[in-house]
Ligand binder design. Structure first.
Ligand code: GUN
Length: 293
């Protein structure tokens, strides 16, 4: 079993991005610039957004965090999006999800200029991705592709089972891994809450991608020997013995599944860090006008 080490890999990619940024600055260019918008006080969102801003600083990007209380109106949030769309100094921005119930996340996502949508959530980017045009790929699926690619994991012809059909992970991941590309060319099964005999599907998988947000959902009896297991879950579970009172666990029962795998991602230290790095890569692509010219 080999660990897919998101900590090492994300640091390697950050080092590569930093070299690029240093070159841009040495040539008299301005810093690439990413802005994050955070509404409310969801502790997980706060922690993700802080990690995104910190990572920008590490690679030499300009960054800003716009924080608003959870009672911000939808209109005021849409105005912030509009300002960022029109601010030429901003290469890309994200609005951290989830949003409070009175705000329609689809409306907000669709208000983001696709050229600055470095999360890759806008339907224009998802549509372009689907037909193989240049697009910002959604950060988590893109991070997983990067991981598979850098560890030289063969995907062509493999049976891939994805658990969870969210707009930001499972659904785009299913499209990306079934495309005629490398990584790609998988036979993909997308499992969800209405899937019958889910365990039978998972047992067939050469590659399992767990993205359902249920702690330790994938257990050893579901995993074929030699499978590649990618754990997207980041679940907080009570841990009174810890200073913070909780610990993070994935969607996979790591301890018992790991010995069966050829490769597996840990939580923390796996996919989560790759998501942040994808955002940086997309921001650099936006700065270079690589996607939309
Ligand atoms: N919430 C969970 N993951 C993400 C992400 O990648 N981007 C945004 N904007 N919100 C999220």
């Amino acid at each position: 079993m080999e660990l897919l080490d998101g900590k090492y890999l994300s640091q390697t990619i950050k080092d590569e991005i930093k070299i690029e940024v240093d070159k841009i600055l040495a040539d008299g260019g301005r810093k690439p610039h990413l802005v994050a918008v955070l509404v409310g006080e969801n502790p997980a969102s706060q922690s993700y957004v802080r990690s995104k801003v910190r990572s920008c600083e590490q690679v030499g990007f300009g960054s800003a965090l716009i924080e608003r209380d959870s009672d911000i109106s939808e209109e005021d949030l849409l105005n912030i999006v509009d300002d960022l769309n029109n601010d030429d100094s901003v290469d890309g921005f994200i609005v951290q999800l989830p949003l409070p119930d009175h705000i329609d996340p689809d409306k907000v996502t669709m208000a983001i200029d696709p050229k600055k949508d470095v999360d890759g959530f806008h339907p224009i980017n998802l549509g372009r991705m689907t037909i193989g045009l240049p697009a910002y790929l959604p950060a988590t699926p893109n991070g997983i592709l990067e991981m598979l690619s850098r560890y030289n994991i063969e995907t062509s012809g493999k049976e891939c089972v994805i658990i969870g059909r969210s707009n930001i992970v499972g659904t785009p991941m299913s499209i990306l891994l079934s495309r005629k590309s490398d990584p790609g060319n998988c036979t993909v099964t997308l499992c969800h809450s209405r899937t019958k005999d889910m365990v039978d599907h998972i047992r067939r998988a050469d590659i399992i991608i767990a993205a359902i947000g249920r702690p330790n959902f994938v257990t050893a009896d579901m995993v074929k020997k030699g499978a590649v297991v990618i754990d997207v879950g980041i679940n907080r579970v009570d841990a009174p013995e810890r200073k913070r009172g909780y610990k993070l666990v994935g969607d996979v029962d790591f301890e018992n599944v790991a010995p069966l795998c050829s490769y597996i991602t840990p939580v923390p230290g796996g996919v989560g860090l790759m998501t942040v790095v994808s955002l940086l890569m997309n921001t650099l692509r936006s700065y270079r006008k690589e996607v939309y010219g």
